[in-house]
Design a protein around this ligand. Sequence first.
Ligand code: MN3
Length: 249
Amino acid sequence: MQLSALLFTQLPQYLLNLTNPPATPLSAAVTNSRSLVLPEDMAVANFTLPALPYAYDALEPYISGQIMQIHHSKHHQTYVNNLNAATANHVKALQGNDVRAQINLQQAIKFNGGGHINHSLFWANLAPANTSQAKPESAEKLTEAISAKYGSYDGFKDEFMGVLLGLQGSGWGWLVKDKKTEQLDIVTTKDQDPVVGDLAPILGIDMWEHAYYLQYFNDKASYVNGIWNIINWETAEGRFLGRSGTLEL
Ligand code: MN3
């Protein structure tokens, strides 16, 4: 049997009869109200601002209390508020089978949902410099894997800082683990795009200007240098090992 004949036998009969396609009116095809029935009282997730596990000024001198307060209580809160509004409108659009409204909300969900996810991960990535959590020794397995991949802890720091400082515009730098291959990698995401798919975020650094400008102005390198003193390695180890609760929000 020829390939073309084989393919045709696999096709639905209506596709073979090109002069008589199935009669689905355009309006019904676009807004088929019978295709999906959602309850009127469908629950809408209400995202909330997570409390910081330390005081606003606890990361000084590396990140000022003023930056932390504005970053957490204003920036992150705004992502949460906008995400709640967008998801509520998205449910209405789903209930109304309004596909155009659903498409129109995608960017708001991506930006504000990503902002909420990324900042929630970021706060938990940090710890006051005088705590045991801020010592790389708190992440025995992760630092082993880092040394295996990057030669040494310092080699990893150099490579990560190079990626962070090379990032153009607003975005994030991440140490990630591929869930399938278990391999570590350093990646960046633009704007508020979160790490998704097979990649698990282990450690994320906010490289938006609002994360450092009030203290460091244009000296991005000093922000990136200082942040190594306040990394929460215990959290990073938990994410690396996939401990329950450490990856979800
Ligand atoms: Mn930020």
